[in-house]
Structures are given as C-alpha cells and as structure tokens.
Write a protein that binds this ligand. Structure first.
Ligand SMILES: Cc1cc2nc3c(=O)[nH]c(=O)nc-3n(C[C@H](O)[C@H](O)[C@H](O)COP(=O)(O)OP(=O)(O)OC[C@H]3O[C@@H](n4cnc5c(N)ncnc54)[C@H](O)[C@@H]3O)c2cc1C
Length: 461
C-alpha cells in the first residue's frame, strides 16, 4: 500500500487531527535527543486508547510498515528515531492517571504520563516514586519502562523495572497482553512483563503500567566532596555504603564543573578546585549524620578528601544537586559523543585508569568529560567535538575508535549501555556485551511477539 493510502486509513482510525504528516512534525517527532540520524517518518499518529493502538498495529502488519513508539523523546540512543518512513506512534495524548490504590500503593497509568507527574502524584498521596533523573519533567512512563530507565537513586531503589507491578502491552502481532496484575508474588511461569521492560519498543507498545509507590524517605542530606584523585572514589564509596543509608552516590570531574559554572553562572562551591567531586545523598538522622561526619573527618585528615559541603536545608541540597544535574545540558552545545558504560563499582578506579590512557591516545586533542552514577558502576563518558571538526567526521571518527573503548569494557565484563539503551546508536557494538548465542535468543524472542518485524525495526540488533 502506498503512503497516502496508509495515511488515509490512519485518519479513519484516529481522526484527522491525530495524524500529522507535515514537514515540521515529521522532523520533531522523528527523533530523540541523539542528533546523529536524519528523521524521515512517514507519519505521526496520536492514539488515545488501547483499541486505537491495536488498529494501528494491525494496519502496520497488513501493510508491512514499521512502527516507532515515541515517548518524551528524551532518549540518548536513537531508540525513538524514525529514519525509514515508519509510522511514529506518539503516546503523548494517551496520558491519563487511571486509578490509585492506597492499600497496595499502586497507581495505574497510561503510557504517556510524564515521569514527574507520577512523582508529584505520589507526593500528593504521601508516598514516593523513587525513579528520578534530570529529564523526568519530559520523559514518559512508557519510555522509562521501554528503556528500563535508571537515574540517580538506583543505588538505593533500583531501576524502573523494580517499580512496575503490572503492564498492558499490544504486541507486534496486535494482541493485548495483561502481564501481572500488580501482584507482589506470582510464580506462575515466565514473567513476560520483564521481557517488555527494557525492550526499547521492539516487541510491542506499552499501553498501561501499574506503578508501585513506596514510603517517602526520611529527611535527606546532600554532601559534596572535593576528592584528590579518582583512585579514592571506590574507597570512599565503600566506607559510605557500608555505614550509611545512601540514596545517591554520583561523581563528576573538575572539567565538568567548569562547563556547569560557565553555563549556569553558579559560583564554584569550593575555594580550591579538586580533580573530581562526589555528591552523596543519604537519609539523615543523628546517628547517620555522626557516621558521615566521622568518615568525612578521617578522609579529610588523610587528605583523600580536600573539602566538603553539607546541605543544611532543602534549598541548599537542591543547589548542590545542580552541580551534578546540569552537566548534560551544559555540554550539549559541544555535540558530545556519549558513552553510557558500566563496570562493577569495585573495578571503577582500575577501569578509569586504563580508559584514560586509551582515551588520551585515541582522542588526543579532545576534551574528555567524566561523570556518572558511580555507586552503580555507571560512567557517562563524553567526548566533546572540537569546533574545527565537522559533526559527521567527528561521529565517524568516534564510532571507529569506540571499538577500542568497548574492547576495554569487554575485558572488564562491563556493558556498552548501562541505562540509555542500545537503539540505533550502539547496535553495532552490542557484541561487546552480549554473546552471539544470547543475541540469537533475543532475535528468536522478537520473532514470537513481532513476526513481521514491524516494531521499531533495526533497533538494538
Ligand atoms: C538531561 C538528561 C538526563 C538523563 N538522565 C538519565 C538517567 O539518569 N538515567 C536514564 O536511564 N536515562 C536518562 N536519560 C535518558 C532518557 O531520559 C531515558 O532513557 C528515558 O527513559 C526516555 O524516556 P522517553 O519517554 O523520553 O522515551 P523516548 O526517548 O521517546 O523513547 C525511548 C525508547 O522507548 C520506546 N518507547 C517509548 N514509549 C514507548 C511505549 N509506550 N511502548 C513501547 N516502547 C516505547 C521508544 O521507541 C524508544 O526505543 C536522560 C536524558 C536527558 C536528556
């Protein structure tokens, strides 16, 4: 069927105002935050209910047309990119909170509900949704589930997977599956819910999520530390982790700090710069504060920590967090080539030493920015594009050199994607993390749910 015939069928399903094919919409909805791919969708559609999604998927099957599910488009892997005339299914109008059960502490949501809306909804009900990251005001719960989003509190609460008590999905076959009904215990065979979590829209479209909420943590405090060397990060992490109730343990370099200061006009928090900074959030009470102070004093004495700031109120805590949260935005004008890698926390210092040697060899004239969720072993490594390089040349060069970086990751038994997903961006590097036979099983699983390969074709593998 030709594009215009498919579009007119889509208009029959959704009505004219929920089907867009103009140039501007195609360019906006055809991409996520990766800027390496030229968007080229056939059309963008905005379903508002399950039946409409089923009808779209059936039409895509009947016409052999690809579908790209699209959430808040804040992804960093090209998962929501449509570059081959697919139907982009935007979930942004399918966005109601459906029900709340205060006994089970669960909220049922449509896929387009913004992450921050769930966080606020939880707070308004005296509860807590603990998955959090800088893009939570724009990303959607469906996108978070499809990427198994992590963020700043994984060390304490785990990633999105831990908070999804039930899922409804429309498979690539056009079939509705109701996967776990919020039950905490349900050992009745394979839990297919977990296959869809992190599947990056390649198996089906998430149409409803039962999100588990929890109690609000006690008062928290934030601690910003200037550290004399990255070699000490693991040691400091180990001390805090074994003795205190850490919620976040993040790190970033002085180079990252310089970009934040330039972009935000904030003042440097310390009178003397350190090469690295650690930001810790922990649940505070008299005993915990005492433990943290003791660890701090020990490391200050040993000159492992150069300087430290404790937040004494919420606004100070928020201000300290800005130094970490605004890094991505502050370097975005340099079109960074982003690595989202992970190794075991115990291997971080050794890995970073090996990686730095390699990076200075392969990227000799480029600025290298490290930051990340170091408590989870997740390092965000960013190579900034020098002004004189053309974007295409820079990306091709980095793609070529990435094989060396990922070979090192492989040697450390790490991953090429800790939380952003594989999408289009990292699919040619997947074999550094997954063995051949594992990828074959993944392909076979996709075939079961999506025999005609219409769901996000060409993503992941
Ligand atoms: C400043 C910044 C900070 C970030 N920090 C983090 C972080 O700390 N941790 C982290 O994990 N990520 C982070 N991200 C990345 C991103 O926000 C997450 O990956 C997020 O989960 C993507 O959600 P989204 O709604 O924007 O999805 P999109 O980008 O729209 O889509 C992501 C993937 O999900 C699929 N998808 C979307 N909706 C559905 C659906 N309903 N059904 C099936 N498939 C679907 C898409 O096809 C695509 O493959 C950050 C991004 C930014 C810009």
């Amino acid at each position: 069927m030709k594009s215009f015939a498919i579009i007119s069928e889509l208009i029959k399903i959704l009505g004219e105002k929920n089907v867009l094919a103009d140039e501007e919409s195609r360019s906006i909805y055809g991409k996520d935050l990766t800027k390496n791919f030229k968007p080229d969708p056939m059309v963008i559609v905005f379903p508002k209910n399950e039946q409409e999604v089923i009808n779209i998927v059936q039409l895509a099957n009947a016409t052999n047309t690809g579908i790209v599910p699209s959430g808040g488009r804040t992804g960093y892997s090209g998962g929501a990119v449509s570059a081959s005339k697919e139907i982009v299914v935007s979930l942004e109008k399918f966005n109601r909170i459906l029900s709340f059960n205060s006994i089970d502490r669960q909220v049922k949501c449509e896929p387009g509900v913004i992450t921050k809306t769930i966080q606020d909804f939880a707070l308004n009900n005296n509860l807590h949704y603990p998955v959090d990251f800088s893009s939570s005001s724009s990303s959607q719960i469906g996108g978070n589930i499809a990427t198994n989003a992590g963020g700043i509190k994984v060390i304490r609460y785990g990633s999105t997977r831990n908070w999804i008590a039930g899922l409804k999905v429309i498979t690539g076959n056009g079939e509705l599956l109701n996967l776990n009904t919020g039950l905490a215990k349900n050992n009745s065979g394979y839990d297919l819910r977990h296959l869809f979590i992190g599947s990056e829209g390649t198996l089906g479209i998430i149409t409803e999520a039962t999100v588990q909420l929890t109690t609000i943590p006690h008062e928290t405090k934030v601690l910003l530390l200037g550290v004399s060397s990255k070699d000490h990060i693991t040691k400091i992490f180990n001390s805090f982790k074994s003795m205190s109730q850490i919620i976040a343990f993040e790190f970033f370099s002085e180079l990252a700090m310089q970009h934040i200061l330039r972009k935000t006009k904030l003042e440097h928090p310390f009178s003397i710069a350190s090469s690295f900074y650690i930001l810790i959030e922990y649940e505070s009470n008299d005993a915990q504060d005492k433990i943290c102070l003791e660890i701090l004093e020990k490391y200050l004495r040993e000159k492992i920590i150069n300087d430290a700031i404790f937040s004494s109120n919420i606004s100070q805590a928020k201000k300290l967090w800005r130094f970490r949260e605004e890094i991505s935005m502050s370097i975005s004008e340099y079109s960074p080539y982003k690595y989202d890698i992970a190794v075991l926390p115990s291997n971080i210092a050794a890995f970073m030493n090996d990686a730095n040697r390699l990076l200075h060899e392969i990227y000799p004239d480029m600025e290298i920015i490290w930051f990340g969720h170091v408590g989870d072993g997740n390092l965000h490594l960013n190579i900034l594009k020098p002004a004189k390089w053309l974007k295409e040349d820079f990306v091709s060069y980095c793609n070529l050199k990435s094989h060396e970086v990922y070979r090192l990751i492989h040697a450390y038994e790490g991953t090429i994607s800790a939380e952003h997903g594989v999408g289009l961006l990292k699919k040619s590097f997947l074999h550094y993390t997954k063995e051949k036979n594992e990828i074959s099983y993944m392909r076979a699983i996709k075939k079961i749910f999506d025999p005609k390969n219409i769901m996000n074709p060409g993503k992941i593998f």
